[in-house]
Design a protein around this ligand. Structure first.
Ligand SMILES: [Zn+2]
Length: 437
């Protein structure tokens, strides 16, 4: 093998032999799907995991790292002045746009009945950009506190709880991670991030990430998911340097509902991938659930991301185990067209593909093709193999594809008057050799 002629990836050399593309989804499938669960409620592990085990489906669990019993290093805490100092100040200084985030952050840990609930009520208002109402609720809370109208309770004992039968523990999370499930930080304590001040937003982000790294390893620090699907910009500005990928803020356009006006007007490159994020509610019917999968399978570069919470009466918006199993069986039936993987692997594949550089060269003498593929992303986090398609000479029936120590024989596929081989490659590893078999 001497004299290599560069045959180029997108160029139009004779018959295009050597032309190589990265398929939009792994294994050349038409669409992607990621099944996700929020909040780590009990039946996700007692009911959903056994069903998914049986059917061979992967999934992602977004969990609150400080609430998992059995060894969390970081639990919920307030960063900043003591609540006593803040409450004392509230006697003379009314709650305003300047101090509202500090007061909201602290009140989560004030040991008086109802404090956490009032924080959440105020958080709903602040998250929805109704700041005046949020301020009013918080001011009212501190006024009652200072007037002695609230009932004291014992401070919450963090992390000391015994797990219930079948509940998620860090040991179980490690076991499930080893079996291909994914865990990601849904923050330490599930707060309304938009109602916290910057030091407390950063604590929820960074302590959650550190917990994932300590407990489950660096791959589990790729994805973060803010509670309540917060869309507030000041929280995202702090989040994106900590987690490269957020489920509620993908780097490409997405639409909550596929037919939402506007999505068809997106620029072509933005439409290359469309995330279809769908929350499953108690009222969601099995037909609707399966319809989402069929929409994805019909092809349009859709990444369907389903968001589950409760199951069989435990957890928010619980669905039944019967519907869940019937839905997952439907997913399996569509796997011929739909790649199903964890949210992190979907994000890895898409981001790697969009940033990858591919080169290809054909040996003039022997006809062997040499392909390289690499991407500039952090390979500790972005370690997903890519699926490549390379055009080969139409006289080939089979090809041997070698990358380093790995070698496979793959069939030549004919499609649209072209002949090509499809194979898996690890970006940044050795060059890939494709030879007639
Ligand atoms: Zn949640």
């Amino acid at each position: 093998m001497t004299a290599m002629a560069i045959a180029v990836v997108a160029g139009a050399e004779a018959q295009g032999v050597g032309e190589t593309e990265i398929t939009k989804w792994p294994d050349g499938k038409r669409a992607g799907m990621s099944i996700t669960y929020d909040d780590g409620s009990l039946n996700q592990f007692r009911i959903a995991v056994p069903i998914m085990d049986k059917l061979g489906l992967p999934a992602t669990f977004h969990v609150n790292t400080g609430r998992i019993p059995g060894g969390s290093h970081w639990t919920g805490r307030h960063i900043g002045r003591t609540w006593e100092e803040i409450a004392a100040e509230a006697k003379t200084v009314p709650t305003n746009a300047e101090n509202v985030f500090e007061r909201a952050s602290a009140m989560r840990f004030i040991p008086f009945r109802g404090a956490g609930g009032v924080f959440t009520t105020a958080g709903i208002e602040i998250d929805a950009d109704r700041m005046a109402e949020g301020i009013r609720i918080i001011d009212d809370f501190y006024r009652k506190l200072n007037a002695g109208e609230l009932e004291p309770v014992a401070p919450r004992q963090a992390g000391g709880r015994e797990p219930q039968e079948g509940e998620l523990t860090w040991d179980l999370a490690r076991e499930l991670t080893a079996r291909g499930y994914e865990f990601s930080s849904h923050m330490v304590t599930h707060p309304y991030m938009s109602a916290l001040d910057a030091p407390n937003i950063l604590y929820e982000l960074e302590a959650g990430r550190d917990e994932m790294r300590r407990q489950l390893g660096v791959r589990s620090t790729l994805v973060g998911e803010m509670p309540y699907d917060t869309e507030v910009e000041r929280a995202f500005e702090l989040m994106l340097p900590v987690f490269p990928v957020a489920r509620s803020r993908p780097w490409f356009k997405y639409t909550m509902e596929l037919h939402q006006p506007g999505w068809s007007k997106m620029a072509e490159e933005e439409r290359e991938y469309v995330m279809m994020r769908q929350t499953v509610y108690t009222r969601t019917t099995l037909d609707e659930l399966n319809g989402w999968v069929d929409t994805a399978a019909a092809g349009d570069n859709i990444w369907l991301v389903t968001v589950h919470h409760g199951i069989d009466g435990i957890g928010w918006e619980a669905m039944t185990r019967e519907d869940m199993e019937a839905h997952f069986r439907h997913v399996v039936e569509r796997e011929r067209d739909v790649w199903v993987g964890t949210f992190g692997d979907g994000a890895r594949y898409v981001k790697e593909r969009l940033s990858a550089v591919v080169t290809a060269a054909v040996c003039e003498k022997c006809g062997a093709i040499t392909v390289t593929v690499d991407h500039p992303l952090d390979k500790e986090l972005f370690d997903m193999p890519l699926t490549l398609r390379t055009a080969v000479d139409p006289s080939w029936e089979e090809a041997k594809v070698t990358q380093g120590e790995r070698a496979v024989v793959v069939p030549v596929v004919r499609e649209g008057g072209r002949s090509y081989v499809m194979y898996c490659a690890v970006p940044g590893d050795e060059a890939i050799k494709i030879q007639k078999q």
